[in-house]
Design a protein around this ligand. Structure first.
Ligand SMILES: Nc1ncnc2c1ncn2[C@@H]1O[C@H](COP(=O)(O)OP(=O)(O)OP(=O)(O)O)[C@@H](O)[C@H]1O
Ligand SMILES: [Mg+2]
Length: 246
């Protein structure tokens, strides 16, 4: 079996020799509004449509209704994939409250989400739809309970260990330049198998979007910042156009 998992995002796979490696976890780290959610949803949607790979999407912040509505703007019909049980959209925002089942019982309503409960929930949903792809959006929401870098690192490790063995290619979003995170301690970037950066930069007096494959263990990849656009059809990367990140 081919162990490459194409993202299908226009122009991106050629920067990384065809795609991600199967079963690995990749951090999608971006500034606000850079397309992190779109990247994840598109990855799962295309997985179903072109690769026959069902997916699980876990939202820790934006509501499922808002995601479904916003993605319609890109021609992504999440609702139909959900009703066909090809994608499970899981609301894990502790402030909204979802019923989850962990080894300590069934919890409804406010649950202080920790990596352990979250990985239990993901495992359960992966089994339900036979998922091969997972997206967790965003890790920053999970980590905001922890001020201490050591605790943060432990929690990320618990999450990754909790979902390892599922053999799902997993995207995990994080906020770049977040005031919650000291950039010196972007622990998740070190722990993950791969890191994609979605940034915004000033070039010739205008703001442009730049994407970088910063790290992908086991893959020969490009590491320049390339221009990308968000269009009606989703993210479009221009692999021949480099942008400078100051
Ligand atoms: N039809 C469209 N055409 C072009 N750009 C669009 C369109 N619809 C939305 N956008 C852009 O996409 C961005 C939203 O993408 P998305 O929600 O995936 O970003 P995000 O990085 O997840 O944001 P957040 O930091 O709020 O979670 C908007 O801020 C807007 O700039
Ligand atoms: Mg988002």
């Amino acid at each position: 079996m081919n162990n490459k998992v194409p993202t299908g995002i226009e122009g991106l796979d050629e920067l990384m020799d065809g795609g991600f490696l199967r079963g690995k976890n990749i951090v999608i780290s971006g500034v606000p509004g850079s397309g992190k959610t779109l990247f994840c949803v598109d990855f799962l949607y295309r997985g179903v449509k072109y690769n026959d790979e069902p997916g699980v999407y876990v939202t820790l912040e934006e509501s499922p209704e808002s995601i479904i509505e916003n993605m319609m703007g890109f021609g992504i019909d999440l609702k139909s994939m959900i009703s066909k049980k090809k994608i499970a959209l899981v609301d894990a925002n502790p402030l909204r409250g979802e019923t989850i089942i962990t080894t300590t019982g069934v919890h409804t309503g406010f649950v202080e989400f920790k990596a352990y409960g979250l990985s239990e929930l993901i495992r359960q949903k992966v089994r339900e739809v036979g998922a091969k792809r997972v997206a967790i959006d965003s890790l920053t929401s999970l980590l905001m309970h922890y001020k201490d870098n050591f605790e943060r690192r432990l929690e990320i490790a618990r999450l990754l260990i909790g979902i390892s063995g599922l053999n799902c290619t997993t995207l995990i979003t994080t906020e770049l330049h977040s005031f919650l995170v000291d950039p010196k301690f972007l622990t998740e970037h070190f722990i993950a198998d791969g890191v994609i950066i979605l940034d915004m930069m000033q070039v010739g007096g205008r703001m442009v979007r730049g994407i970088q494959v910063q790290k992908l263990r086991g893959v020969k990849h490009d590491f320049d910042f390339h221009l990308y656009h968000i269009t009606d059809k989703g993210i479009v990367v221009f692999p021949k156009e480099k942008v400078y990140n100051p």
